[in-house]
Design a protein around this ligand. Structure first.
Ligand code: GDP
Length: 205
């Protein structure tokens, strides 16, 4: 498979981080993936890396609150990139104190990581941009972190619904200076857009 060559080196779990002090040294560039709980983030990371179980579902106890670092080998360049799986946000069932802690960490990370090259903000194709997504985007604007929206679960909707969501998202992005106007439409289930996303990640320097 052609796309696999983009991350030809090993993709490995590095560590789970619960506080800024635990971040690995900022000695290579990284990309992060953010999104509401259940948006399909674990599935997307697994599809992207060609691993079935690299990123665990966000409802796995113990890993939800962590920022998970993966090393993405490209088989040539050293050092590798980091792929960063952020805790899902907007999870209503979690206790308020826990939510506040995740949010604080998320905000500290997004505003304070020098080596963060691009944030991918995942949005469910069925739902479009919600107010919690917009808050994250505002934070990325303020922190001058370039971000790109990845629509997930595109296979779950009709073409008409897909186009309607694309319009809604583009409208929402217009007021975010840090946003890339191009969306990546994906289905981890069907593989749509995965190759495109891999190429984007592989091309970042
Ligand atoms: P996370 O909480 O954001 O990590 O979301 P998960 O990756 O665990 O996915 C949440 C649910 O959506 C699971 O039941 C997945 O099987 C499902 N899902 C994720 N991606 C897709 C997709 O591309 N298509 C479909 N049909 N279902 C998906």
């Amino acid at each position: 498979e052609k796309g696999r060559l983009l991350f030809a080196g090993p993709v490995t779990f590095v560590k789970g981080v619960v506080a800024m002090s635990g971040l690995p040294p900022a000695d290579r560039i990284e990309v992060c993936f953010a999104g509401r709980s259940n948006v399909g983030k674990s599935s997307l990371i697994n599809a992207l890396t060609g691993r079935k179980t690299l990123a665990r579902a966000s409802n796995t106890p113990g890993r939800t609150q962590e920022i998970n670092y993966f090393a993405l080998g490209d088989g040539r360049a050293q050092p590798e990139k980091y792929l960063v799986d952020l805790p899902g946000y907007g999870y209503a069932e979690a206790p308020v104190a826990i939510v506040a802690k995740w949010q604080a960490l998320l905000k500290q990370y997004l505003s304070g990581r020098q080596t963060l090259r691009r944030a991918f903000v995942l949005v469910d194709t069925r739902h479009g941009v919600k107010s919690v997504d917009d808050e994250i985007m505002q934070l990325l604007d303020r922190s001058a972190v370039a971000f790109q929206v990845v629509l997930t679960k595109a296979d779950k909707v009709s073409m008409a619904e897909r186009l309607a969501t694309i319009e809604q998202v583009k409208g929402a992005l217009a007021k975010h200076p840090a946003a890339y106007p191009e969306l990546v439409v994906t289905s981890s289930e069907k593989g749509d857009g995965i190759e495109t996303l891999r190429a984007i990640v592989a091309g970042l320097e």
